[in-house]
Design a protein around this ligand. Structure first.
Ligand SMILES: [Zn+2]
Length: 267
């Protein structure tokens, strides 16, 4: 296991963290028959490190790529994993297919201006296997349960529970800070309450260390608290002034964006 950033995080489950810091962490799940990869990096060279990581662990084929949501730091490497099926929520496909994918490339360039040039060579490859509520992928002795619990960080976040390993990939639904540009703050809390109820006890987010169920519960409570403040019509300045250290850490400089997104998307 000599690939930089590769570590075992549960039985037959691995994670790769990238030195660039601008590709989300990726997951690797190895069954008796096949491999699934969770999220595929922003950049081609990071995605090639991920391919190398899989090859260092097993000779089995990568049968599935699963996207936790549509953001480019989780999906722009998809094309390098064919002929694997690319699996995601129906709206993950909608955000990436055809002209929508080019619009998303532009947006990612605005969010990550220093890396805009590096994203130009990406061949955006949307999920071709999609679902709306739940599906399972069977790798032989290992089962991935894919659940859509509602809108949160985006309108297409899914949780990927590795049932035999007790670990759930949660993408950017959890983390510190929570990125809110595409978020649905009025619903984020209830979505996290559903995530909190999965059978798995360990959670892997897109950009942070592994966490436990209690962490998911704390983030749900903060999201609910923020939504309640917005629903009560509390002005942004007051929300910022009243924010606890934990609220500031979790929403960070995105608190204002979260309040705007609440106003734009609630109800
Ligand atoms: Zn994201």
């Amino acid at each position: 296991m000599s690939v930089d950033g590769l570590s075992e995080i549960a039985d037959r489950v691995y994670r790769v963290e990238f030195a660039s810091g601008q590709s989300a962490h990726s997951g690797i799940v190895i069954g008796d028959d096949a491999v699934a990869v969770v999220d595929t990096c922003t950049f081609e060279d990071d995605a090639r490190i991920l391919l190398e990581a899989v090859a260092s662990l097993t000779a089995l084929p990568i049968r599935y790529v699963v996207n936790t949501h549509h953001h480019g730091d989780h999906t722009f490497g998809n094309w390098l994993f064919r002929p694997a099926a690319i699996v995601g929520h129906e709206r993950c496909r909608a955000w990436l297919v055809g002209d929508a994918g080019e619009t998303h490339r532009e947006l990612m360039g605005k969010w990550m201006p220093a890396s805009k040039e590096r994203m130009q060579s990406v061949v955006i490859d949307a999920p071709d296997v999609t679902f709306e509520e739940r599906m399972r992928l069977h790798l032989g002795g290992v089962t991935l349960r894919l659940d859509y619990f509602g809108r949160a960080h985006t309108d297409n976040d899914i949780a990927i529970g590795v049932e035999e390993a007790g670990l759930c990939f949660a993408g950017d639904m959890i983390g510190e800070p929570l990125f809110c540009e595409d978020a649905f703050p009025a619903e984020w809390g209830s979505t996290l309450r559903a995530l909190e109820g999965v059978p798995e006890a360990t959670f892997a987010s897109g950009h942070d260390p592994l966490v436990d169920r209690a962490y998911v519960g704390r983030q749900a409570a903060l999201a609910e608290e923020l939504a309640a403040s917005c629903a009560a019509g509390t002005p942004l300045e007051q929300i910022v002034a009243d924010a606890s250290p934990e609220m500031q850490a979790v929403f960070g400089h995105q608190l204002g964006i979260a309040v705007e997104r609440y106003a734009a998307t609630a109800g």
